[in-house]
Design a protein around this ligand. Structure first.
Ligand code: ATP
Ligand code: MG
Length: 357
């Protein structure tokens, strides 16, 4: 039995957005203090014990931050390698560096997943226009060109529906190293949120069904309307990924449901927007689960006790929050962001639609 970190220990979180905010709240419920590292605006800092407001290139700030923490984690995956070097050794760091590096780069990520024998979209690397011909021969058309790094909410992507559009599509990525992915014909998108503890135990939540609007997650519904066998496949596949990475913490695994089975779209080495439903559907939600995993607690009970629809409040949607709050079974989460902008995630609601089916 591993001893959990004692009360009052400091959980360092790289990144200060809404995921960091909900992690900080979960950490405080377990008796910990959260220390946020974030150069920009930090909704997470409002609910944290400390905030280091500095850039990822500020070596002194990173070292002082790490020295103040008993464990360090992160809420976004684009942490530069040089910053990881500076953090190394100061405090335990979870999920580990390999998990971060694998998921930071779509090419590395695809190679890793394919190497595990998991189905992924056909893909090929593109360094420049000269690679397009061969890449599209590999993936077929239609295809999606994606920057290898820094993509989120569908940003850094361009669709190619006909060969002659390819050069123009690639130009929109402004010379960033990219990959081409064959377009996967899917009936649904689902995701699995899974966790692995310091002792190597693995737990997974029921898969949720995701609907995107304009490239941004709009709703997650549990249970996903898929056959039981696919639910099992999804959970087993997630567990293989975590174990292969010697992972500690919560991970989001995005999947396409196709005629031939599950195809892995991407993995996120952190708590995930499509796991917010767990706040209303499980005794232990994904945020507490992550904090438990990295601080040495036993993983919590993630059995789903309710059917839930999570809806993101994006941009002006946030004005609907008071009306939604008046509805039966609705839980409102707002992120405390000062400015409402189109496409910006301002909050979400979890609507309990009934007891677990
Ligand atoms: P997010 O931040 O929402 O996870 P992202 O920017 O990381 O998004 P992806 O998850 O790679 O990008 O793609 C966004 C969406 O585009 C997917 O959820 C899916 O709907 C669609 N998509 C991506 N790749 C493919 C593909 N190869 N075939 C079909 N659809 C795809
Ligand atoms: Mg995605």
């Amino acid at each position: 039995m591993i001893e959990p970190l004692p009360s009052g220990s400091v959980v360092g979180i790289l990144g200060g957005g809404q995921l960091g905010r909900m992690l900080a709240v979960a950490a405080s419920r377990l008796g910990y203090r959260a220390h946020i590292f974030e150069p920009g605006a930090a909704p997470a800092a409002d609910v944290a014990h400390a905030w280091t407001r500095a850039g990822y290139d500020d070596a002194d700030a990173l070292r002082t931050f790490a020295a103040s923490c008993d464990v360090v984690t992160y809420e976004f995956e684009n942490i530069p390698a040089a910053s990881l070097d500076l953090l190394a050794g100061a405090a335990p760091f979870h999920p580990n560096r390999r998990a971060l590096e694998v998921s930071q780069d779509r090419l590395t990520e695809k190679d890793f997943l394919a190497g595990l024998g998991l189905a992924v979209a056909p893909y090929a690397a593109i360094e420049g226009p000269g690679d397009l011909e061969a890449a599209l021969a590999e993936t077929g058309v239609p295809a999606i060109l994606k920057t290898r790094r820094f993509g989120y909410d569908g940003k850094g992507q361009a669709r190619v529906t006909a060969r002659e559009e390819a050069e123009a599509a690639l130009a929109t990525l402004e010379g960033a190293p990219a990959i081409a992915e064959g377009f996967v014909t899917f009936s649904k998108e689902i995701s699995v949120i899974a966790a692995r503890g310091l002792d190597g135990s693995v737990a997974a939540y029921d898969p949720g069904e995701n609907v995107h609007v304009d490239g941004i997650l709009s709703t997650t519904t549990v249970p996903a309307a898929i056959p039981a066998a696919l639910r099992t496949d999804a959970v087993l596949l997630a567990s293989r990924i975590l174990t292969a990475l010697d992972y500690v913490g919560v991970m989001g695994v995005e999947l396409f449901v196709t005629r031939t089975g599950l195809v892995v779209n991407e993995i996120a080495p952190r708590v995930h927007n499509s796991g917010h439903w767990t706040q209303a559907g499980c005794a232990v939600d994904q945020f507490e689960q992550h904090v438990r995993a990295i601080t040495g607690w036993p993983l919590g009970d993630g059995t789903r006790h309710a059917d839930v629809v999570m809806e993101n409040l994006i941009g002006a949607d946030v004005a609907r929050a008071p009306a939604l709050a008046a509805e039966r079974g609705v839980q409102v989460h707002l992120y405390g962001k000062a400015e409402t902008r189109p496409g910006r995630k301002m909050g979400h609601v979890n609507r309990v639609t009934g007891p677990a089916r």
